[in-house]
Design a protein around this ligand. Structure first.
Ligand SMILES: Cc1ncc(C[n+]2csc(CCOP(=O)(O)OP(=O)(O)O)c2C)c(N)n1
Ligand SMILES: [Mg+2]
Length: 892
């Protein structure tokens, strides 16, 4: 016992407190918790009236939410489950250690799964349901860097081989390997949800849970008790996406959603909250947001101590210890704990007198105690009317001992020496001999052994193995060409924008008998910006609660109609949330066996730039659907200035491998692209998704030229050949979106004033041409003796002579990506720079992409080729009033 502590006699305050507690205890035992609650409320009211104020708190004491007296006994075999868990722990650790021995620096994580093994095993053995004939299964978001544990379990289950485990993080090895983290793109039969970019799993899980309700409320899927589980890290909760949408979950009463936060108090570099208490902080945040919060902090070893804590001193001590100190206890001797934790109060020292130092060092924490974890999960699945978060206290690197348990370096621990391996083996009782242990062999109990029988039986009862990704949705018939006729035929001279054309198209698709109900329009509070408020009335805004009020505009035709079977997801101002809905809807064929077709319409500036990481995750997850960037084009969105005017989303779309990106100019282009996209994704089942930009500049939509379809889809077609001009002065003007009109105007100016014969081409997709060009180049490089394959762009322009000018409403780097397949290098005009709040004409002049600047660029290219004299160019510059001394827009 600590020497400096004196045991003081109990003072009167203590006695008084004890009397009150004894009385309360009596009431609790004889009249129950309701009466206790009533009494406390009365006391509080009385005190308030007398002027005693209580500080607001959404926190409860730092103890388990479920007292041991209310626990149910563990339903399974603790002993067999412990053995299974130990084997998984070993294999998970061995995977990482072996991978790093063989290939230095290959990475992987040991300590995360080591801390969460009990959280996962209790779930796997008792809660998580696989997908079966009569149940859709639970949707589980596994913490990304706990993947070694998930792989190790699948190995025991016989779903992965030893070869797979050996090739962890070596996917290119013969026979295949395992991806570092959950990636449905790389392991499409295994992983469902990409989670390792911190913060994305929680927000995706929330919207997934809500989308499951949407499917049920709209009658697209039957009601079930299927749940969404998200296993998260405590450090991960610092990401704004983690906590940013939690009020949606409580507002929507998503009791089909469970967060399990592994509170090992550590992140990568050190403590999550050294000077605070992350569990308490999260409790307040979630409780304040309306969640059911279950804290699992202390294991059963602490129960007798808590039961004897009549004065509340132990709880007081639990409350006051900050996390940095708690972490220190997890690596310290029993003597240290006695002195520093219990030693603060003499009464506590007395309470643990009978405990040896070793016992004190081993007092188990809640997240490592299956009984506590089981009870928390049970309470979570039984809770109704709100989502649940379980805050489970664990130790990072649990079981690694000196090799990392509770240490700040543990996250990066990837190697164990022989001694450390032996200790780990012994601690968890893995039947591997001293001779073999240095090799860190994988271990699987024999088929028919009690462990294997138990493991298989539990999964059988729970509906099969998981994670498992199953695509099981019948193809959907895409409407025939006639539905799109109106868009193919043009607007008959009426000025409309591509946004309006898109809304028309969407409305028609929604009206289609087969496809219509499957369409999920998603908007983050921009429906009016895009002229989509007609949908409010037509299909209704989804709201599980229906509409509990008479809307202020009830008298109007297009009133704000909310309904339980509403089709439109009006997400409010959250691109991250809306994109999470897009992902849920675009993957429902794989998570729920129902095909839905999401169209997410947003300000194009707030797409890739704002939530690009979620778009990347959407690609990884094989999401199908249409992202529609509205008000696109740096100069086409007039008036807004630099925060809104998007001139680079298409550049940011280039790297997403399975994303098709188009910038259509006309209604018929849009129709052709959407129809082809629908066919490819929903009839052919291709795992691709689309990014379409639409703009708000109105102009007449022409009818589709004969035979343009293929070019529209492949990225380029000749829109309007030169109508006049000298064939020796040939030029080719390329543009997309609204800038096509500038190219057409330039065509006329060039013909009328300079006798230049310019063709105008619509460049519907730089990305398609880029992909195709790279693919052909690669093939040619690797097949030097074969007949070369020609990129579509090169082939299309092969016979064209003269100069080439591309004008883009996007940064110049976008068209520059395809320059090398032009017959000669094109001049590229684009909208690099911050931009200005201005009207369209002024902006296009400012960025040097208007018709006049296209003309000048064409003439300058001709002068360079010595087809015309330089003074013709100077003359044009002067005529058009172009200021040659204006500052470069790309840097101002
Ligand atoms: C967006 C993002 N930023 C950084 C990382 C790198 N990273 C991987 S794990 C980790 C620490 C995680 O700590 P925590 O969430 O507490 O998980 P634990 O391993 O402790 O369970 C970090 C920073 C990441 N994966 N994603
Ligand atoms: Mg952590």
């Amino acid at each position: 016992m600590a020497r400096h502590l004196e045991v003081k006699p109990e003072d009167t305050t203590t006695l008084e407190t004890r009397e009150w507690i004894d009385s309360l205890e009596w009431v609790l035992r004889n009249e129950g918790p309701d009466r206790v609650r009533g009494l406390l409320e009365s006391l509080q009211l009385h005190a308030r009236r007398a002027g005693v104020n209580f500080p607001f708190t959404a926190q409860t004491p730092h103890i388990n939410t479920i007292p041991s007296s209310l626990e149910v006994p563990y339903p399974g075999s603790r002993e067999i489950e412990r053995r299974i868990k130990s084997i998984i722990r070993w294999n998970a650790m061995a995977m990482v250690v072996r991978a790093n021995r063989e290939s230095h620096g290959i990475g992987g994580h040991i300590s995360t799964y080591a801390s969460s093994a009990t959280l996962y095993e209790v779930a796997f053995n008792h809660f998580l349901r696989g997908r079966s004939e009569d149940h859709p299964g639970d949707l589980v978001y596994f913490q990304g860097h706990a993947s070694p544990g998930i792989y190790a379990r699948a190995f025991l289950e016989g779903r992965l081989t030893e070869e797979h485990l050996k090739n962890f993080r070596r996917e290119l090895r013969p026979g295949g390997g395992l991806s570092s983290y959950p990636h449905p793109w790389l392991m499409p039969d295994f992983w469902q949800f990409p989670t390792v970019s911190m913060g994305l799993a929680p927000i995706m899980a929330i919207y997934q849970a809500r989308f499951q309700r949407y499917l049920e409320d709209r009658g697209l899927a039957p009601h079930t008790d299927s749940r969404v589980w998200a296993f998260l890290g405590d450090g991960e909760t610092d990401e704004p996406e983690t906590l940013g949408a939690i009020t949606l979950a409580s507002r929507e009463k998503l009791d089909n959603l469970i967060f399990v936060i592994n509170c090992n108090l550590q992140r990568l570099d050190g403590p999550v909250r050294g000077n605070g208490k992350i569990i308490q902080e999260l409790e307040a945040a979630f409780r304040g947001a309306g969640w059911n919060v279950i804290k699992v902090i202390w294991g059963a070893d602490w129960d007798p101590l808590l039961a004897g804590d009549r004065d509340g001193l132990l709880v007081k001590r639990m409350n006051e210890v900050v996390d940095g100190e708690s972490q220190k206890y997890s690596v310290s001797s029993g003597n240290y704990i006695r002195e520093h934790f219990f030693g603060r109060y003499p009464e506590l020292v007395r309470a643990v007198e009978a405990f040896s130092d070793e016992q004190l060092a081993r007092l188990r924490l809640g997240g490592h105690d299956p009984q506590k974890v089981y009870n928390a999960y049970l309470a979570a699945v039984e809770h109704q009317g709100a989502p649940t978060v379980i805050l489970a206290r664990t130790i990072k690197g649990y079981g690694l001992g000196e090799a990392g348990e509770g240490r700040n370096v543990t996250h990066q621990q990837k190697k164990l020496n022989e001694e450390e391996l032996r200790r780990f083996r012994t601690r968890f009782g893995i039947p591997i001999s001293d001779e073999d242990v240095a090799e860190a062999p994988f271990y699987r109990p024999a088929e028919g052994s009690p462990e294997m029988e138990y493991l298989r039986e539990r999964r059988r009862v729970l509906g099969g193995y998981l994670p498992k990704r199953v695509v099981q949705a019948p193809a959907v018939k895409v409407p025939g060409a006639s539905l799109f006729d109106e868009l193919y035929h043009g607007s008959g001279g009426r000025e409309v924008s591509t946004t309006m054309a898109f809304v028309r198209l969407l409305t028609k698709l929604i009206g289609d008998k087969e496809l219509g109900p499957r369409i999920v329009p998603i908007i983050p509070d921009e429906a009016r910006t895009f002229g989509m408020e007609t949908l409010f009335r037509k299909v209704g805004i989804y709201s599980h609660a229906g509409q509990l009020y008479e809307p202020v505009d009830a008298e109007m035709l297009l009133y704000y109609r909310e309904a339980r079977d509403g089709q439109l997801l009006e997400e409010g101002i959250t691109e991250a949330g809306a994109l999470s809905s897009f992902i849920a809807a675009g993957t429902a064929h794989a998570s729920r066996g129902v095909t839905t077709v999401p169209f997410f319409i947003f300000y194009s500036m707030f797409g890739f730039q704002r939530v690009g990481d979620l778009i990347w995750a959407a690609g990884d997850m094989r999401t199908r659907g249409f992202l529609v960037g509205g008000t696109a084009g740096r100069s086409t969105l007039a008036g807004e200035g630099l925060q809104h005017q998007d001139g680079h989303s298409h550049l940011l779309a280039l790297p997403v491998p399975n994303l098709r990106a188009y910038d259509p100019a006309y209604a018929y282009e849009l129709a052709v692209i959407v129809r082809d996209g629908l066919r490819r994704m929903y009839e052919e089942g291709e795992d691709i998704f689309y990014y379409l930009t639409v703009a708000n500049e109105p102009y007449a939509m022409p009818p589709m030229p004969e035979g343009a379809e293929e070019g529209i889809i492949r990225g380029l077609y000749r829109l309007r050949p030169a109508q006049s001009g000298n064939p020796d002065l040939a030029a080719h003007l390329f543009a997309s979106g609204a800038i096509v009109n500038e190219a057409l105007r330039a065509q006329s100016l060039l013909a009328e004033r300079f006798n230049v014969a310019a063709d105008v081409w619509s460049l519907t997709s730089v990305k398609e041409l880029y992909r195709d060009g790279l693919e052909k180049d690669r093939w040619n490089r690797l097949h030097p003796e074969a007949e070369p394959r020609q990129p579509y762009l090169e082939e299309t322009l092969a016979a064209e002579k003269g100069v080439f000018v591309v004008a883009s409403d996007y940064v110049k780097a976008l068209p520059q990506a395809i320059c090398r397949w032009f017959p000669s290098p094109p001049v590229v005009l684009g909208t690099d720079g911050f931009g200005r709040s201005e009207d369209r004409a002024s902006l296009r002049r400012f960025f040097e992409i208007d018709a006049e600047n296209i003309v000048v660029a064409t003439l300058a290219a001709m002068a360079k080729d010595e087809r015309i004299a330089p003074d013709v160019v100077s003359g044009a510059i002067a005529d058009f009033g172009i200021d040659v001394d204006a500052a470069d827009p790309s840097s101002t």
